[in-house]
Design a protein around this ligand. Structure first.
Ligand code: GLN
Length: 191
């Protein structure tokens, strides 16, 4: 199994470190050439969705990545990655890959709550630590999107088929369970 980690900006190194601690091979996607390698899953890290969205287009990665997601390659977006996958962003008229049936709210917790931690239940996993940094939340889910976690009544993790998103950053904690969940999604697809 090999996972491609979008490495244009943001917390991609932390994702790779976590994958390697689980014995999973990964590589960085920085330019078009990197997409010649095949990947069994894709991670879109946290960072700044506007910057990553712009670079996806400038570096001509947008169409291939979008096509892969739409053809069922498992994808895991954290924080800014969630915003890149959302079909709708309530307080931003930009849309990016727009493959997932969720409506997200950007920088949803306000400046004073820029960063915080929580411990909540993640469906099928248990109670896990969650680290939020200028995080979005999901205001609404549509179609077959399943809610996986809520914090203070706000949706912070969801899944729609091959697409998994978290508003928090599991790669910034010691808890590997969300990455294991994603790896399991890939394994089940490979069978
Ligand atoms: N606030 C960022 C955005 O709007 C997301 C923050 C993060 O990824 N930690 O893209």
């Amino acid at each position: 199994m090999k996972i491609g980690v979008l490495a244009l900006q943001g917390a991609f190194a932390e994702h790779r470190r976590m994958l390697s601690s689980l014995g999973v091979e990964s590589f960085e996607i920085r330019q078009k050439r990197d997409l010649e390698r095949s990947y069994d899953g894709l991670i879109i890290p946290g960072g700044e969705s506007t910057v990553q969205g712009k670079l996806l287009i400038e570096l001509d990665l947008f169409e291939s990545i979008r096509k892969d997601i739409l053809s069922d390659v498992p994808v895991f977006g954290t924080c800014a990655g969630l915003l890149l996958l959302a079909k709708e962003i309530e307080n931003d008229n930009r849309k990016h890959l727009a493959t997932m049936d969720i409506k997200a709210v950007r920088n949803a917790y306000g400046r004073q709550l820029g960063s915080f931690h929580a411990k909540e239940r993640f469906e099928g996993v248990g109670i896990i630590p969650m680290t939020f940094i200028r995080a979005p939340y999901i205001a609404e889910t549509y179609k077959n999107t399943k809610i996986l976690a809520k914090v203070d009544d706000k949706i912070v993790a969801a899944r729609e088929g091959n697409q998994l998103v978290t508003a928090f950053h599991p790669e910034l904690t010691d808890d590997v369970s969300v990455h294991e969940y994603f790896i399991d999604m890939i394994r089940r697809r490979e069978k």
